[in-house]
Ligand binder design. Structure first.
Ligand code: ATP
Ligand code: MG
Length: 155
């Protein structure tokens, strides 16, 4: 990966444009709380790949007419973004496994939704290449939040 100054806001807007048709299909809406100034040291194409994977998952594993909340912020070391859905959630004992290649929580059901189970393995790989972190909070039947931390431009 090639590291450059990346404004998370700009990459997010592009990622939303690319996934907007999926949101419309399910009549889902976004709630945005964005610090537009946050700049990280990253590869914008790769960060877009992370955002699109997480957004696609948030849409796929939610029912129609629900909301996705997206936050961009920073702490002393990292710029971060959170993508939080009101979807099916993930059991605690499954959370560690979802980052494994080809792992899918509900094999029978997810066969119909057409994925391969590689999305989050790729996400984790890209996050680690940035010396970043990824955190998951989830409650079955309530929803899931993924937060990705990428080192700040000036840290
Ligand atoms: P693809 O390769 O197309 O992304 P996938 O979505 O099944 O296929 P991952 O993105 O790696 O694969 O996700 C792995 C599994 O983790 C999913 O099959 C699903 O069971 C679970 N999962 C991922 N994101 C969410 C989410 N936001 N809510 C609930 N479950 C999720
Ligand atoms: Mg996926």
């Amino acid at each position: 990966i090639k590291l450059n100054k990346v404004k998370l806001y700009d990459v997010l807007i592009q990622s939303i444009e690319m996934t907007n048709h999926l949101l419309e299909e399910k009549n889902m809406e976004l709630t945005l709380s964005l610090d537009e100034k946050v700049e990280v040291l990253g590869d914008s194409d790769r960060i877009m790949q992370i955002m699109m994977n997480l957004l696609t998952n948030a849409i796929t594993y939610s029912s129609e007419d629900t909301f996705i909340t997206i936050t961009i912020g920073k702490d002393h070391k990292y710029g971060y973004f959170t993508i939080k859905d009101q979807g099916i959630g993930i059991k605690t004992e499954e959370i560690d496994r979802i980052f494994e290649r080809f792992y899918r929580v509900d094999r029978a059901r997810s066969r119909n939704s057409g994925g391969t189970g590689l999305g989050l393995a790729i996400v984790k790989h890209i996050v680690e290449a940035h010396h970043g972190l990824i955190k998951v909070e989830s409650e079955v039947g309530k929803g899931t939040a993924f937060t990705v931390y990428i080192p700040l431009m000036n840290s």
